[in-house]
Structures are given as structure tokens and as C-alpha cells.
Design a protein around this ligand. Structure first.
Ligand code: HEC
Ligand code: HEC
Length: 373
């Protein structure tokens, strides 16, 4: 990357903000799993790195200056070769661990892992061939009414559609009556659709204001609902361009052949309150990006689509979902630990980078697991 050479000139532009609040800030302000990757980084990861890494990584200091603002810290971190990577394991920043500087604490590592997963997800969305189950592949919108079939995007979604009325002008693509219709047999949980313009030449251009970043809606079976306010304007769109949509989650609330009481009701957990207190935060931080609905393989192996649904019903359902993969009598033998332990031989795309991080995860989640004995 040619920009890394110039980064060294920026020494001092961004003085390290080492205040006296070390303890308060050591985990940062927490992470919003529905935020766009950049917002996730800036609100949750950057505060941690400003405090623990910046002093050596901002400019004329001991380490490579991958935190020098060019023009902001996020841009430099993203541009730095290999720093983010396509998964936590492939990320230098996540895997570095203790060196001349410190490694992340276990809680910090979970937050960083979640951000890296979100980046990977967004990258796959930016690449139409990149796979992933919750992507509407780029298509050319027609002036007037458009109906997009969502049936192939996940189990139980047959019959689901996305509809909008398009008008195309010099001001771009304007969508009105933007709505989703759920199939007759199941509701749909929709989280954070990001619309992206794929111009006839040049790079993909995601909705610059990420209009639906805060969206988290459940559409009842058979019902049609507006997406947010039901309108969206993509000003960079020109006639003949394509658009695509990446959903953080687009999942049936009651998929066929579901293995658990996914929609609440009996047969669930003994201690949902403790699940919410002890198990939900680490699961949200590290597992939900894949198991919440973005990765069909992950979701069908272990469905965590309700973990971030903080309604009473949602938490009861989430607890029941995870209960399938734990062993209350001997928590350490729970499948959720066996496949994610560092050095585990299980085929699983995510493993904790070291024993400390793993232990922190196991200890927190186990506090809940023993309550299910
Ligand atoms: C006391 C100074 C110091 C602190 C604090 C520090 N580092 Fe470093 N870091 C270094 C030095 C020196 C190097 C170069 C030698 C090496 O790679 O170990 C380095 C290298 C790195 C590299 C390799 C970069 C590359 O391009 O290969 C990564 C990744 C990294 N540090 C991450 C971090 C993270 C994450 C933090 C905060 C949790 C951090 N460092 C805090 C001194 C520091
Ligand atoms: C990068 C995406 C990703 C992340 C992050 C992830 N998983 Fe998975 N997980 C998958 C995929 C894909 C599968 C299904 C295929 C497989 O087993 O490899 C899966 C399967 C599983 C299974 C079932 C495996 C079996 O053989 O029974 C468990 C249990 C599991 N994951 C637990 C977790 C836990 C706990 C976390 C968080 C600490 C987590 N996963 C994080 C992608 C992920």
C-alpha cells in the first residue's frame, strides 16, 4: 500500500488521549452488534486501541504507525496490510497478543473479534460472488414496481418478497413503498439491510448514510411491513446500474424442522434471567455475527438468531436455542466450548486465539450452564 509510507509524516497530529480513566475505559463503551462496521470500530474498538495501542502505533514511536489518522484511524487500520483480515484468525491485530505492547484482554478481544467478523461480512456483501446467505445479489431495478424473491435466502423464506416502487432520475434512484412480505407460514426477522449501488464501472458504493443501520423488525407471518419509513434514495445511482442488499439478519422466526422451541413457549430454560446476564453478552460479542443469521451454515448448526432480541420472549427463545448445544451436568464438555477452544481439532471457522480469552468466555457462559442442571 503506497499510503503506509506517508503515514509517518503525521506524527503528532493525533496526540494520545491517555487520561486517567484506565479502568473505566478498558473494555470501551461496549459494542452495538447492529452497527455498521465503521461505527462499530469507532465507538467500541477505537477507544480500546487509543488507550492500549496508540502510544506505540500512532507515529514516530516504537511500533508501525497503523493508528496514524490518514485521514482517520479507521481508514489507516483498514488500509494496513493484513491488520483486519477476513476473520479474527487472519487478523494481525487480533492475533498479535503480547509483544513489546500488551495483547487485548479477553473482553476486549471479544469486542475486536465481533468487529472483524462484521467487516468480513460487509466485504462479502461488497462482492457479489462472495457467498453468504443474506445477500440479495445485485440486480437492475426497473422504473415502477419491483418485486424481489427472498425465497432462496434462507430456510423457511419461500414466498417472502421485497417490494418497492422505483423512480430513476438525475438525482439517482428513489425507492418508495419499500416493504417486505413474510410467507404465510412464518414471520421474518429483519435486521440492518444495507443497500449498495453496483455501478457499471468502478467500485460498489454502499448507501453512504447507511439508512437502515438501526433497523430491527419482526414481520408477522403473512404480513407486509414497510422497511423503516419505506423510502430510500441512492444518489450515486445511474440508469443501468445494479443495486444489491446485505442483511445483517434476514431469517424465518419459525423455520421448518427447527430443532428448538424457537418462538418461545414451553420446553425452554430454567433460568432465562441468568442466561441474559451471563451468557448473552459473550455470545453476542463473538458468535452472533455468524450464528445470528448471516451465515446459513452456522445458523443451521446452532441457531442464535434470537440472542440479541432482548424482549422476554426473545431471550427465552435464545436460551432454548443455545441450550441444545450445552451439557449442564458437565459444562466444560459443552459443544460450544469444544469447537471454539484454541487448538481444538473440531472443524469450526472460529477459535479463540489463546487460552485466557477462551477461559473468560467459558467462565461467563458456564455460570449460566450450571443453572440448567
Ligand atoms: C510499548 C509499545 C507498544 C504498544 C503499547 C503496542 N505495540 Fe504493537 N508493536 C510494537 C512494536 C515495537 C512492534 C514491531 C515489532 C513486532 O512486530 O513485534 C509492534 C507491532 C505490532 C503489530 C504488527 C504490525 C505489522 O504490520 O506487522 C501489531 C498487529 C500490533 N503491534 C498490535 C498491537 C495492538 C493490537 C496493541 C494494543 C492492544 C499494541 N500493538 C500495542 C509496540 C507496541
Ligand atoms: C466466522 C463465523 C463463525 C463464528 C464467529 C462462530 N461460528 Fe460456530 N459455526 C460456524 C459455522 C459455519 C458452523 C457450521 C459448520 C461447522 O460446524 O463448521 C458453526 C457451527 C457451530 C457449532 C456446531 C458444531 C458441531 O459440530 O456441533 C457450535 C456448537 C458452534 N458453532 C459454536 C460457536 C460458538 C460458541 C461461537 C462463539 C464463541 C461460534 N460458534 C462462533 C461459524 C461461526
Amino acid at each position: 500500500m503506497s499510503r503506509t509510507g506517508r503515514v509517518y509524516l503525521l506524527i503528532g497530529l493525533f496526540a494520545a488521549g491517555c487520561g486517567g480513566e484506565l479502568d473505566d475505559m478498558s473494555n470501551g463503551p461496549g459494542i452495538d452488534p447492529n452497527a455498521a462496521p465503521k461505527a462499530m470500530f469507532e465507538t467500541a474498538v477505537q477507544p480500546i486501541m487509543m488507550q492500549t495501542c496508540n502510544v506505540c502505533h500512532t507515529g514516530n514511536a516504537a511500533g508501525p504507525p497503523f493508528m496514524a489518522p490518514m485521514p482517520d484511524v479507521y481508514s489507516t487500520v483498514k488500509a494496513w496490510p493484513g491488520l483486519v483480515g477476513s476473520s479474527p484468525q487472519a487478523s494481525k491485530v487480533y492475533m498479535k497478543g503480547m509483544h513489546e505492547g500488551p495483547g487485548f484482554t479477553p473482553m476486549q478481544a471479544m469486542i475486536v473479534a465481533q468487529w472483524i467478523n462484521a467487516e468480513a461480512m460487509a466485504n462479502r456483501g461488497g462482492n457479489p460472488d462472495g457467498g453468504g446467505s443474506t445477500i440479495i445479489a445485485p440486480f437492475i431495478p426497473q422504473p415502477g414496481s419491483n418485486t424481489i424473491d427472498l425465497g432462496t435466502l434462507g430456510p423457511g423464506l419461500a414466498g417472502a418478497t421485497l417490494k418497492f416502487d422505483a423512480s430513476i432520475s438525475g438525482a439517482g434512484l428513489s425507492m418508495a413503498s419499500l416493504s417486505i412480505t413474510a410467507p404465510a407460514t412464518t414471520g421474518i426477522h429483519v435486521v440492518h439491510p444495507l443497500f449498495t449501488v453496483y455501478p457499471q464501472s468502478g467500485p460498489a458504493a454502499p448507501d453512504p448514510v447507511d439508512s437502515f443501520s438501526g433497523l430491527d423488525q419482526t414481520i408477522n407471518m403473512g404480513a407486509t411491513h414497510m422497511i423503516g419509513p419505506g423510502t430510500l434514495i441512492l444518489t450515486s445511482f445511474h440508469l443501468g446500474d445494479k443495486i444489491g442488499v446485505v442483511f445483517q439478519t434476514l431469517a424465518a422466526t419459525n423455520p421448518p424442522g427447527g430443532t428448538d422451541g424457537g418462538t418461545g413457549g414451553g420446553g425452554g430454560c430454567k433460568d432465562v434471567t441468568d442466561f441474559t446476564a451471563d451468557a448473552k453478552p459473550p455470545l453476542s460479542n463473538t458468535c452472533v455475527t455468524c450464528h445470528g443469521g448471516n451465515n446459513a451454515g452456522a445458523q443451521s448448526a446452532l441457531d442464535m438468531s434470537r440472542v440479541n432480541d432482548t424482549s422476554a420472549d426473545g431471550q427465552a427463545a435464545a436460551c432454548a436455542q443455545v441450550l441444545n448445544r450445552v451439557t449442564p451436568a458437565t459444562p466444560a464438555q459443552s459443544r460450544i466450548f469444544q469447537v471454539t477452544a484454541p487448538g481444538s481439532t473440531a472443524v469450526h471457522p472460529f477459535k479463540f486465539p489463546d487460552q485466557t480469552t477462551f477461559n473468560a468466555f467459558q467462565n461467563m457462559v458456564s455460570q449460566w450452564i450450571v443453572r440448567e442442571q
